[in-house]
Design a protein around this ligand. Structure first.
Ligand code: ADP
Ligand code: MG
Length: 232
């Protein structure tokens, strides 16, 4: 019975997300369609065309970030929790987000990275949870800056600190993190943190957020340490 209840809950979640994504994707797609139809029908100056191209590209980017933030839910997952090395995942993140950081004048600094730190996680979901935090950190520093990563193990607890030097959040904004569709960005989805919070909750992890004037935002993720034996 419990199994079938869980299954139903999962299917509900999946269909809810599928419906939300298709609804949200319709806006940018309709925008793109409209501009292309205009350009088919009328002769525009080169200047006007370039302006349209710019708008079309922005709509495509909006659709892309929607897909990125939802990826975890869009893909079927069997919720496999395996023992993973945090160091390996952080290195993977650096590879994936390196170019994005660079093009935004952001220097990602790894302060320290405990080689032994291992946690139980669904690798893909954990990866997505981290990417969403780092991406927000980068987006919080429009004129560039530093993003710090620190991984340590203390008393059978693994802590992953992710800190930016960006625009800080108000108390109210911090409280709303993880709420679906909460976004202060013009082209934001407000889904990234929802995914991150739900993934970390599933992993028995905790999230602490501190955001202070002139200091940016620090996300501290805490997980029970796992033993190394089954690391993949
Ligand atoms: P989105 O990035 O699409 O807006 P998210 O769910 O990723 O949606 O984030 C929700 C909101 O939380 C953001 O719009 C922003 O206001 C706030 N936020 C998240 N991370 C940070 C950060 N590092 N610095 C400042 N604000 C942040
Ligand atoms: Mg985001």
């Amino acid at each position: 019975l419990l199994n079938s209840l869980l299954k139903h809950e999962k299917m509900d979640t999946v269909s809810h997300f599928a419906a939300a994504v298709s609804h949200e994707l319709r806006n940018p797609i309709q925008g793109i369609k409209g501009f292309i139809q205009l350009m088919q029908r009328y002769e525009y100056s080169r200047e006007k065309q370039l302006e349209f191209h710019e708008t079309i590209l922005k709509e495509i980017q909006a659709a892309e970030s929607l897909i990125d933030d939802y990826l975890v839910y869009a893909k079927p997952s069997y919720g496999q929790m395996v023992c993973i090395s945090v160091k390996r995942e952080v290195e993977h993140i650096l590879k994936v987000l390196g170019p994005y950081a660079l093009s935004n004048n952001i220097n990602i600094v790894v302060k320290s990275l405990d080689k032994e730190a291992c946690i139980m996680a669904d690798r893909q979901k954990f990866h997505q949870a981290l990417v969403n935090i780092v991406r927000n950190g980068i987006e919080a520093m429009p004129t560039g800056g530093k993003f710090y990563i620190n991984v340590a193990t203390h008393n059978a607890e693994v802590s992953i600190e992710l800190a930016d030097e960006g625009c800080r959040m108000t108390k109210e904004e911090v409280q709303r993190l993880g709420e679906p569709y909460f976004s202060t960005k013009t082209k934001g989805t407000g889904l990234g943190m929802m995914v991150t919070y739900s993934v970390i909750r599933q992993m028995d992890g905790h999230i602490k957020v501190s955001s202070a004037k002139g200091k940016g935002t620090v996300f501290t993720l805490l997980f029970p340490a796992a033993t190394r034996t089954t690391t993949r």
